[in-house]
Design a protein around this ligand. Sequence first.
Ligand SMILES: *[C@@H]1O[C@H](CO)[C@@H](O)[C@H](O)[C@H]1NC(C)=O
Length: 232
Amino acid sequence: MASRRLLLLIVFLFSPLFFASPSSALAPKVSLALYYETLCPYCSNFMVNYLPKIFENGLISIVDLDLIPYGNAKIRSNGTISCQHGPDECLLNTVEACAISEWPDLSVHFSFIYCVEKLVAEHKHLEWESCFSKVGLDSQNVMDCYSNGYGKKLELQYAAQTDSLQPPHRYVPWVVVDGQPLYDDYQDFEAYICKAYKGDLPKACDGLVLKMNQERKVNRNVCYDNKMISSI
Ligand SMILES: *[C@@H]1O[C@H](CO)[C@@H](O)[C@H](O)[C@H]1NC(C)=O
């Protein structure tokens, strides 16, 4: 009798392990890192037409998203930063870095960055300051961050992070899922996220199958690192 009770107790204590959803609470989120530069048209296209899908379909609940606005920029020998698409790109990279720092909440800084990149996609990036009022955020701290040098410090940190990528990035957008770059398949990032996740898959993963890229052709939907081009 006693052993039967003990058995029931054991079954009771362990039943959550069998009946509750096994892993969703325990499975770590999938890390999704986007290395980009603000004026590369393929980056803005990805950020405006692809990336926002995970906020709409709920995939964001299993994702840790990091935005790294630096891309193919370089540090000159005198310590200044040179950007692939010129000074406007350096300005916007820094402004977006400041936005991430000022509003650490992803949904807040992404709303601002999405607004800026949408303007980039519409060839209206000079109107970027309109994004503060469009998304209802105060501009003061981001503008201060840009002008007082803190933004430059953030950019140097992003430079170090980008330049230490293994394998090194060859172009942007450079999308990395759990440490693995997606190369030309970056537009299928959702399928890679679902494949990497160890817990119960959310509904958004239904029907997402990886179509493996058979031919590794030259991807025309990226901004190549100049250095790589000149060394080919
Ligand atoms: C750094 O070098 C660049 C190009 O070589 C030059 O245009 C710029 O004025 C220099 N800036 C400073 C602060 O020395």
